[in-house]
Design a binder for this molecule. Structure first.
Ligand code: PEP
Ligand code: MG
Length: 572
């Protein structure tokens, strides 16, 4: 038997390929004083030239795939390599102390990082992480363990890493990277979301898998069950190759449903949409028959850069998505920063309970200039497609009113400037805090729609951190309390003639879907790869039976009882 590891099933599918270890941990740097300074200087020059070439390539790939705003970070990194304070300091350390280049590089880096980290200015503090990043790249070239080769893969591989950074994932070629496997992370971490949007299998949160494999070893990644098999036996390989084939056949067959409506056997229709983090993810939603974008996580536009994206940069991204969706709805969620989503340049305070703290709409209402820039960009883009606006983390009616007040102010500025926008744009909120679910009937009078964010709703209802792997058994989507809250939200919306969707992970969960359908959900939004399977399931169901199932599920005493009920129900 091969060695088996269990982690979080982050993106489904099966892959078999040799391992490519990303950034095989940079080896420890020793201080050596028996060096020839000339030689060390020339090694530095060479490593810097290679790092520049690598950054240039990253810049071009990012610019092409994700747009200028995402590419900007690499320009900043290139500038560091031209900065005499950095390069000059490394050279003079080698000359005055007669030490090896690796040592000079790491000691200058730590000195600069320490200086920058103490500065009051957040922008300057952010520079310290850029310097660390650039220094790692140069060191990688000096030690021959660079991440650079990731951009120049030639054979299919499975990436194994402690974690993958946005600058790694930007350059991935999904034809060659067949899966991801990482030590850290959960279903909502960056690498997991990225894998789902690329449509490749991934297992994350595996502990120390990056230490347990050697480059070139064969591994099987089973993203359906969250399992990784290292060094599989011929029997295991044969079995998983068969499963891969079945999986591929099934996907092929599902393509027949790409342009079909999602309608039950007794004629009840719902909408299936996709979740995206930016324009690059639209393809995957369209290839899988998404009827719209149910969640555009706009915070991804703010990540991996040194300053907030300008109005124009945001406008271009929103407009591109709206145009490519060609009249189909695109729900853009305003900035949801905080919790696990860090954006260093926004200078948010460190908090002991960040998920219960200063995040999302709370930050936006408190920094109206930042918020209004985004609202202007979204409104301007609304002229080019069917955009809907959504506010995250709403807990009370006052937040909605304040946000709408700011929106009104921006609308009137645009009118004054004769800039066109969609006057009828729908305004909705995420329902992801239990308080909002309970007063959904009240909130429904303030908005056009709801989208239920179960990723947060479950963690807040169960008092169970969604990132904490010690308590995953308490993170229970089918807990009757969650089902009852969903029911309250659906009823609250429908009572006032508003539609209600769900964009948390639960919307793509095949066990939950029949119950959610029966509870009356109008729209289901999920990662692109899940859409067709959910469509197939719903097209085989009767709405009447699903309603009876939902009624029964609400009466159960536990998540386990609900699971048993669904299993029994499905087999009839
Ligand atoms: C969709 C949600 O938002 P996010 O995962 O981005 O917090 C949610 O909370 O369910
Ligand atoms: Mg959320």
């Amino acid at each position: 038997m091969g060695r088996r590891y269990h982690g979080v099933a982050a993106s489904d599918g099966i892959a078999i390929a040799p391992v490519f270890v990303v950034n095989a941990a940079v080896k420890n740097v020793e201080k050596r004083e028996d060096v020839t300074v000339e030689q060390e200087l020339s090694k530095l020059e060479d490593a810097i030239a290679r790092t520049k070439a690598e950054l240039q390539q990253l810049y071009e790939t990012a610019n092409q795939k994700l747009g200028a705003s995402h590419a900007q970070i690499f320009v900043a990194h290139l500038q560091i390599l031209d900065d005499p304070e950095f390069v000059g300091a490394i050279q003079s350390t080698m000359q005055t102390e007669h030490v090896n280049v690796e040592y000079a590089l790491t000691s200058v880096t730590s000195q600069l990082v320490a200086i920058f980290e103490q500065m009051d200015d957040e922008y300057m503090r952010q520079r310290s992480s850029d310097i660390k990043d650039v220094s790692q790249r140069v060191l990688g070239h000096l030690q021959g363990t660079s991440r650079a080769s990731l951009a120049a893969l030639e054979e299919p591989v499975i990436l194994v890493a402690e974690d993958l950074t946005p600058s790694d994932t930007v350059v991935l070629d999904k034809n060659l990277v067949h899966a991801f496997v990482t030590d850290v992370g959960g279903r909502t971490s960056h690498s997991a979301i990225m894998a789902r949007s690329l449509g490749i299998p991934a297992v994350v949160g595996l502990g120390e898998i990056s230490q347990a494999v050697e480059p070139g070893m064969t591994v099987i990644v089973n993203g359906l069950d969250g399992e990784v098999i290292v060094d599989p036996t011929p029997d295991e390989l044969a079995m998983y190759r068969r499963r891969m084939e079945e999986d591929a056949n099934q996907r092929q067959q599902l393509q027949a449903l790409r342009f079909e409506p999602t309608v039950t056997t007794d004629g009840h229709q719902v909408e299936l949409a996709g979740n995206i983090g930016g324009p690059a993810d639209v393809d995957n939603v369209q290839e899988n028959g998404g009827e719209g974008i149910g969640l555009f996580r706009s915070e991804f536009l703010y990540m991996n850069r040194n300053a907030a994206p300008t109005e124009e940069e945001q406008f271009q991204a929103y407009r591109e998505v709206a145009e490519r969706m060609a009249g189909k709805p695109v729900v853009i969620r305003t900035l949801d920063v905080g919790g696990d989503k860090e954006i260093p340049y926004l200078d948010l305070p460190k908090e002991s309970n960040p998920f219960l703290g200063y995040r999302a709409i709370r930050v936006c209402l408190d920094t109206p200039e930042l918020f209004k820039t985004q609202l202007r960009a979204i409104l301007r883009a609304s002229h080019y497609g069917h955009i809907k606006l959504m506010f995250p983390m709403i807990s009370n009616v006052m937040e909605i009113r304040q946000a709408k007040q700011l929106l009104k102010a921006v609308q009137s500025e645009l009118r004054d400037a004769s800039i066109p926008f969609d006057e009828q744009m729908e305004i909705g909120i995420m329902v992801e805090i239990p308080a909002s679910a309970v007063i959904a009937d009240v909130l429904a009078q303030e908005v056009d729609f709801f989208s239920i964010g179960t990723n947060d709703l479950i963690q807040y209802t169960m008092a169970c951190d969604r990132m904490n792997d010690r308590i995953t058994h308490l993170y229970q989507p089918y807990h009757p309390a969650i089902l009852r809250l969903v029911k309250m939200v659906v009823n609250g919306a429908h009572q006032h003639g508003k539609w209600v969707g769900m964009c948390g992970e639960m919307a793509g969960d095949l066990t939950a879907v029949p119950i959610l359908l029966g509870l009356g959900l109008d729209e289901f939004s999920m990662s692109g790869g899940s859409i067709l399977r959910v469509r197939q399931l719903i097209r085989d169901l009767s709405y009447e039976r699903a309603q009876a199932l939902a009624d029964e599920a609400l009466k159960q005493d536990s998540q386990q009882a609900v699971e048993e009920l669904v299993a029994k129900w499905s087999s009839h």
